[in-house]
Design a protein around this ligand. Structure first.
Ligand code: 0A1
Ligand code: ZN
Length: 880
């Protein structure tokens, strides 16, 4: 909990560690409430450190000391001092290395924050990133201290038959009183944030993988007995990831064993601990009847992400936590490439950009904006952000675009060769890219230090006489906290030209001819001239979303419809449809605000009619083309967010399209409606997506036949994608059987926690009128539990982050509710509490009344004592 003034940590204050820990011998006498930790640290002074002080400061929190000795000699009370966050040893041997022995007790059961060693159900597990290891024992808990770990676990054999840690199992045996022990050794030096242990009654699903050099790796997934039938997809995903990293990056796995453990209680998605990943069950367990197609894809993506960390994160790690994007931005980029290769690259890119623009752009435009390499933090756990992860991945993607796939690979090869076994910085990554490609990326580096989303404005002039198109690009970036002035960035702008008939036009630029080029926008304003154009072309700009910027390029509805029909760039084709819909919706919002009657623009209906007549081969992509921009995406485009007008205008478009094109939606629904449960090929998934997109439109009709359609699909579905799509339709309508459907679904799935999470989330995000009352009722439901992060996210998270209409109710009940829950979580699980506060951070974007109501709740939170650093930092920065 918070001291009087929480300290800020600054990047500029970084200094190398004064001491090093070459190796560690840990042993654990495991017990739910009283685990004894025995630690032997082989330490020495760091020759790289300039500091000559003879004191040693170790981090440690919530630990009960039993004994401490240096080189076998117990320390006297006056030799050291313990504070709530550290231990200071006044004098340690300087000349040669020394051995520090510590014994301490910890209480896993009392650990509801889920960092350090904690209980998940009846299983003991650890989470050490970022600074959880200090809740296990006193240590130099910083990523630039890398040590070899040997770990022995002792525990009751009945309660904890499986005992796991990093590396290879080297010995095991029996003890008296029904206890047993297992020893593990990790041959690779690592920072303590990658340490892990797991103990429990677990079943093992085993397989193997033969690496490119012919080594056989044992693969083991550990789950509770009732989940053994939901591991095959995760296992296949792991093998796919291992092969992909060999083929794409030339990177091979290094240990002989790779273990994954799935736990019910986890603050994040998963964790890349060396050789022993710990996963949120959400990203492991899948069976066709319990997991949706999107769940299947996310599982493969997260399994890939953690696996790829073995190189980008573990073999080469971060020097300090300000460099977090070094491993996260890079690894997200790698997992995006992987999923793109495994599924539809077009769909994956659209999904990623959509998430970036709706969520990261909001972060970048608000009080919590920070560069992908932050310069200061109070609580590092608050910096596992969309900016560090998703914008970080965009920055790596821009390097890939600028250097080309081959050049990027050369840069990666050099980075891994230079820094294997080291803890390094983002600067080292760019240096390797430069050196391997003989280029200079001085200006590009600004992406690491500058926060905010740049705006790129466009002017174009076509001269029929000279047959030239002049394109004037301007860039600017709004001020962000502590960064009032911004310098121009190096923005790669991918471009194509379309002839008036929709065919690609040749690009003659700088004396060269191409069908697509990448412009280097480096100045605040720059003019690009294209030659030999007989007619004015239509410009397709920022193809593939080649840079994380806001493009300010006014276009007519006709031009957008043209691009939606003809653009050969799958991203920009989809984008044209989104812009078209957004433009139509914004016009309707104005009509609503001025009490004018609403009419749907005929061009929009025509565009959708054409889309529904199309027979494309990527049906998931077709489904995306039919999806209207999200309410939160639209909100991000408004100066003052009008939650209600956005909702009603968007609903009006959806309902009118459903009425006008009912036959088309029904026809496409029928074409693709069939039972392909258990099939996960692109075709089967695409058919489900397209069909369910149609269902969602038809559901707007609120008619006997639309009710029958949803109900029939709900009852007949034999896969979770179709079942949950149908239930969502029922929940988001006045369906007469809503209560029954919800009840039946609950009955059917009450023993599958991940499915019940969907049940909570669906109800919490419904736009139907009585949602807030339902949410309050669900808080009292026996299956709701504040100690389970997935459940909290499913109910409180979904309501506050995926239900703008009801969360932002003008009477302030949503805000009050959220603050109540934040304060309840503050003492229980600060990380989850602070994630929930972000629902209030965007208060400046709303009208005066809502601003006041949101601020009131933020003030209430900040005034609470005691307040965790996590919540304090987010709430106070939101108000600043
Ligand atoms: N490194 C993990 C994410 C992670 C971060 C922090 C955690 O606890 C505070 C847990 C997991 C990843 O990127 O997958
Ligand atoms: Zn990661």
């Amino acid at each position: 909990m918070r001291d009087a003034t929480p300290q800020t940590v600054f990047l500029k204050d970084y200094t190398p560690p004064e001491y090093l820990i070459d190796s560690v011998e840990l042993s654990f006498d495991l017990d739910e409430q009283r685990t004894l930790v025995t630690s032997r640290l082989h330490m020495r002074r760091n020759p790289q450190s300039a500091n000559q002080a003879v004191t040693l400061t170790l981090a440690g929190e919530e630990l009960e000391l039993v004994s401490i000795a240096i080189d076998g000699k117990p320390l006297a009370a006056g030799d050291f001092a313990i504070s709530p966050e550290s231990m200071l040893i006044h004098r340690v041997p300087q000349e040669q290395g020394f051995v520090l022995d510590i014994q301490n007790y910890i209480n896993p059961k009392a650990n509801t924050a889920l960092e350090g060693l904690y209980l998940s159900g009846s299983m003991l597990c650890t989470q050490c990133e970022a600074q959880g290891f200090r809740k296990i024992t006193w240590f130099l808990d910083r990523p630039d201290v890398m040590s070899r770990f040997k770990t022995t676990l002792r525990a009751d054999k009945t309660d904890y038959p499986v005992l796991l840690s990093n590396g290879n199992k080297i010995a095991s045996g029996e003890l008296a009183d029904g206890r047993h022990w297992v020893s593990w050794e990790d041959p690779f030096a690592k920072p303590c944030y990658l340490f892990a242990l797991v103990a429990g009654q677990l079943e093992c699903v085993a397989d193997s993988f033969t690496t490119m050099s012919g080594r056989q790796i044992a693969l083991e997934i550990f789950v509770e007995g009732h989940n053994v039938d939901k591991c095959s997809h995760a296992m296949q995903s792991l093998k796919n990831a291992m092969r992909w990293d060999e083929e794409t990056y030339g990177l091979e796995y290094d240990l002989d064993l790779y273990m994954i453990v799935a736990v019910d209680h986890f603050n994040m998605g998963a964790m890349e601990n060396k050789g022993l990943n710990v996963f949120n069950t959400k990203f492991v367990l899948a069976r066709p009847d319990t997991a949706t197609d999107s769940d299947y894809e996310h599982i493969e993506g997260v399994i890939g992400h953690e696996y790829f960390h073995n190189w980008s994160g573990n073999r080469v790690t971060c020097r300090d936590w300000f460099q977090l994007s070094l491993k996260e931005g890079f690894t997200v980029f790698r997992d995006q490439q992987f999923t793109g290769d495994r599924t539809s690259a077009a769909v994956k890119r659209i999904e990623d950009v959509n998430a970036l623009r709706t969520r990261q752009f909001a972060e970048d435009a608000g009080p919590l904006a920070h560069p992908i390499r932050p310069e200061a933090y109070i609580e590092i756990n608050n910096f596992y952000t969309l900016t560090v992860y998703e914008k970080g991945a965009e920055v790596v993607r821009m390097l890939h675009t600028l250097l080309g796939a081959k050049g990027f690979r050369k840069g990666c090869d050099l980075y891994f060769a230079r820094h294997d076994g080291q803890a390094v910085t983002c600067e080292d990554f760019i240096n390797a890219m430069e050196a391997a490609n003989g280029v200079e990326l001085t200006q590009f580096r600004r992406w690491y230090s500058q926060a905010g989303t740049p705006v790129v404005g466009v002017d174009q002039h076509f001269d029929a006489k000279t047959q030239q198109l002049r394109l004037i690009l301007r860039q600017s970036c709004p001020a962000t906290p502590n960064q009032p002035e911004k310098a121009p960035l190096h923005v790669p702008v991918k471009l194509g030209l379309l002839a008036p008939d929709g065919s690609p036009a040749s690009i003659v630029f700088d004396g060269k001819t191409a069908t697509e080029i990448t412009l280097d926008l480096t100045e605040s304003e720059q003019t690009f001239v294209f030659d030999k154009l007989a007619e004015a072309p239509v410009v397709s700009l920022l193809r593939g979303f080649s840079a994380p910027v806001n493009l300010d390029m006014p276009r007519s509805l006709e031009e957008l419809a043209f691009l939606l029909r003809h653009d050969s760039d799958t991203f920009n084709r989809w984008e044209a449809g989104q812009q078209l819909a957004a433009k139509v919706i914004f016009a309707l919002i104005e009509d609503l605000q001025n009490q004018r009657p609403l009419h749907l623009n005929a061009l929009m209906a025509k565009a959708f009619h054409d889309l529904l007549a199309e027979e494309g081969d990527d049906l998931s992509y077709q489904a995306l083309l039919l999806t209207l921009p999200d309410e939160s995406y639209l909100a991000g485009q408004m100066r003052v967010i009008d939650v209600e007008a956005i909702h009603h205008a968007r609903e009006f478009v959806k309902t009118t399209l459903a009425h006008d094109l009912r036959d088309d939606f029904e026809r496409v629904y029928r074409i693709h409606h069939r039972d392909e449960s258990g099939k996960f090929g692109a075709d089967a998934i695409g058919r489900r997506r397209l069909k369910n997109a149609c269902l969602s439109y038809l559901n707007q009709l609120e008619s006997a036949s639309s009710y029958a359609l949803a109900k029939a699909q709900f009852e007949q579905a034999r896969n979770m994608t179709d079942q949950v799509a149908a239930l969502s339709a029922v929940v988001n309508s006045h369906h007469p059987d809503k209560a029954d459907c919800l009840q039946n679904f609950y009955q059917q799935w009450q023993h599958e926690a991940l499915v019940i999470d969907k049940w909570f989330a669906l109800q919490a995000s419904s736009h139907m009128p009585n949602t807030f009352a339902t949410v309050q009722e669900l808080m009292r439901h026996p299956a709701f539990d504040m100690h389970t992060p997935n459940r909290v996210r499913a109910l409180i998270g979904a309501f506050s982050q995926a239900n703008p209409l009801h969360f932002h109710a003008i009477n302030g009940e949503g805000y009050r509710f959220l603050a109540d829950q934040v304060l309840a979580l503050n003492t229980l699980n600060p990380q989850i509490a602070s994630r929930m506060v972000t629902g209030l951070a965007q208060w400046r974007r709303y009208d005066g009344k809502r601003q006041e109501l949101m601020k009131q709740q933020l003030h209430r939170i900040v005034a609470t004592e005691p307040l965790s650093k996590d919540v304090y930092e987010i709430a106070s920065k939101s108000l600043a």
